[in-house]
Design a binder for this molecule. Structure first.
Ligand code: ADP
Length: 281
C-alpha cells in the first residue's frame, strides 16, 4: 500500500501547544488517504499490532518486566469503547489487561484517587488499556467541583510524579485524548436513542453533561497543558471519523511497542536436542 502518512503519527498527533478550541474534530492530521484506504490500512496494521503484542507477552513470560498502557480519555460518545473493541480487540485477549473507571465505588472513595489506578496497572508483558483513568480526577471532578480547587490543583503535579514512577518501572504510557464535536456527539446520542440494541449505552445524565461542554474543554486543555510530559506525552485524536481514530490509536500503539525494540525471546533449551528427542518418540 502507498505511504498514507505524510509525517510520523507521533508528530501529527502530539498535544504540545495544541488549543482544543482550534481543533478540527473531523480532521485527519498527517494522513493523506481517505476512508477506503484508511480502513484497508487499519485491517493491515492491527495485524502488525497483534504481532508486536505477542512479542511483548512472550518477553513478559521470559522475565521482561515491561508493559504498555493505553490511557483513553474523551467525552461521552468520543469512541473509547470502539477503540477497545476494534483496536485492542484485535490482539490476543490473554495479553490484555483492561480496566474501565466509572464513578468511584464506596470502597474506592475510602482510598486516595490513585489507589484504584495502581490496582489496575498492567502486569509484566501485558498491553493495558484504561477506559477513563486518573484523569477523571482533574476532569469531571474539576468541572463539577467534587473537591475543592486547592485539591484538584495539586493533582496535576501528583499525576506527573506518579507517571514518572510508572515509566521508571517499565510501563510505557500512551495517553490519548479523543475529541468529537458537539454536533457529532448529538448524532451519536441520537443513534443511541433510535435502536433498542443501543439503549444500554445511553444515560440521561449524558444530555445534562452537554451543558458543561465549555467547562470540560477548559479542564481538558489544562490537562493537556499540565500533564503532557516527556515520559508520558499526550496525543490528541480528532474522533468525528471513527475509522481515523481507530487507525491513529493503532499507529500510536505500534510506535510505542516498536520503541521497546522487542525480539522473540531465545529458547531456554537446546532446540536441536529437543528436535532429536521428538523424532525418537
Ligand atoms: P461510560 O459512560 O464510559 O460508559 P460509566 O457509565 O460506567 O461508563 O462511568 C462513567 C462515568 O463515571 C462518567 O460520567 C465519568 O465522568 C464518571 N467518573 C469516572 N471517574 C470518576 C471520578 N473519579 N469521580 C467522579 N465521577 C467519575
Amino acid at each position: 500500500m502507498a505511504k498514507l502518512w505524510a509525517v510520523a503519527v507521533t508528530d501529527a498527533l502530539k498535544a504540545d501547544g495544541l488549543r482544543i478550541a482550534e481543533l478540527d474534530t473531523s480532521g485527519l492530521p498527517g494522513f493523506t488517504g481517505d476512508k477506503l484506504s484508511g480502513t484497508a490500512l487499519l485491517a493491515e496494521r492491527v495485524l502488525v499490532l497483534s504481532d508486536l503484542q505477542e512479542k511483548l507477552y512472550a518477553n513478559g513470560r521470559s522475565g521482561d518486566r515491561r508493559s504498555v498502557l493505553l490511557v483513553l480519555q474523551g467525552m461521552d460518545t468520543a469512541g473509547k469503547g470502539g477503540i477497545v473493541r476494534h483496536v485492542i480487540g484485535s490482539v490476543d485477549p490473554q495479553g490484555v489487561d483492561h480496566a474501565a473507571f466509572g464513578v468511584p465505588t464506596a470502597e474506592e472513595k475510602r482510598h486516595h484517587y490513585l489507589w484504584r489506578i495502581r490496582e489496575a496497572l498492567p502486569r509484566a508483558g501485558q498491553l493495558g488499556v484504561f477506559d477513563r483513568s486518573h484523569y477523571e480526577d482533574v476532569l469531571v471532578v474539576r468541572v463539577h467541583n467534587l473537591v475543592s480547587r486547592t485539591v484538584w490543583e495539586s493533582r496535576y503535579d501528583e499525576i506527573n510524579a506518579f507517571e514518572r514512577e510508572l515509566a521508571d518501572e517499565g510501563i510505557t504510557l500512551v495517553k490519548v485524548a479523543l475529541f468529537v464535536s458537539l454536533d457529532e456527539q448529538k448524532r451519536r446520542l441520537a443513534a443511541r436513542l433510535e435502536r433498542p440494541n443501543k439503549y444500554w449505552k445511553f444515560t440521561p445524565a449524558d444530555l445534562d453533561e452537554r451543558a458543561f461542554w465549555p467547562a470540560y474543554h477548559e479542564a481538558y486543555q489544562a490537562m493537556l497543558d499540565r500533564t503532557c510530559t516527556e515520559h508520558a506525552p499526550w496525543y490528541v485524536v480528532p474522533a468525528d471519523r471513527k475509522w481515523f481514530a481507530r487507525l491513529a490509536v493503532t499507529e500510536l500503539l505500534i510506535d510505542a511497542l516498536g520503541r521497546l525494540d522487542l525480539d522473540w525471546p531465545p529458547p531456554k533449551f537446546d532446540v536441536e536436542e529437543q528436535q532429536r528427542r521428538l523424532t525418537q518418540l
